[in-house]
Design a protein around this ligand. Structure first.
Ligand SMILES: [Zn+2]
Length: 115
């Protein structure tokens, strides 16, 4: 599952699972960044309602940092896309956007400060 913090598709570990209003509520931990988050499991009929037809997962600050880190390491856009569960086009568009706004360089500064 895609971690909402680092954005990587990881083998998140379920540390708690319980029934919640006709769904199953699970607490997960990312194997990469140790972030914890909660998911709610619903059946396909409920998932397939029109409002869920185009599920869009926005880019979190953490995912943008992962994107810039991997790009700086020289990974190809298609490879980064596979790690983040996004298309090569989506990775390419996001990088263009970050470059155009200058945000790319402030993210780079954040990464250097953390290292
Ligand atoms: Zn993570």
């Amino acid at each position: 599952m895609k971690c909402p913090n680092c954005g990587l598709l990881t083998n998140s570990k379920v540390i708690d699972s319980r029934s919640h209003n006709r769904t199953v509520k699970r607490t997960r931990v990312c194997s990469e960044c140790s972030h914890r988050w909660i998911t709610y499991e619903v059946n396909k009929l409920e998932y397939d309602t029109p409002r869920n037809k185009h599920v869009y997962i926005g880019w979190s600050e953490g995912e943008l940092i992962t994107l810039v880190t991997l790009y700086e390491k020289g990974l190809k856009k298609a490879h980064i896309g596979r790690l983040l569960g996004r298309s090569r086009m989506s990775v390419s568009r996001q990088l263009d956007k970050l470059m155009a706004s200058g945000e790319y360089f402030s993210l780079l500064e954040t990464i250097k400060l953390k290292a």
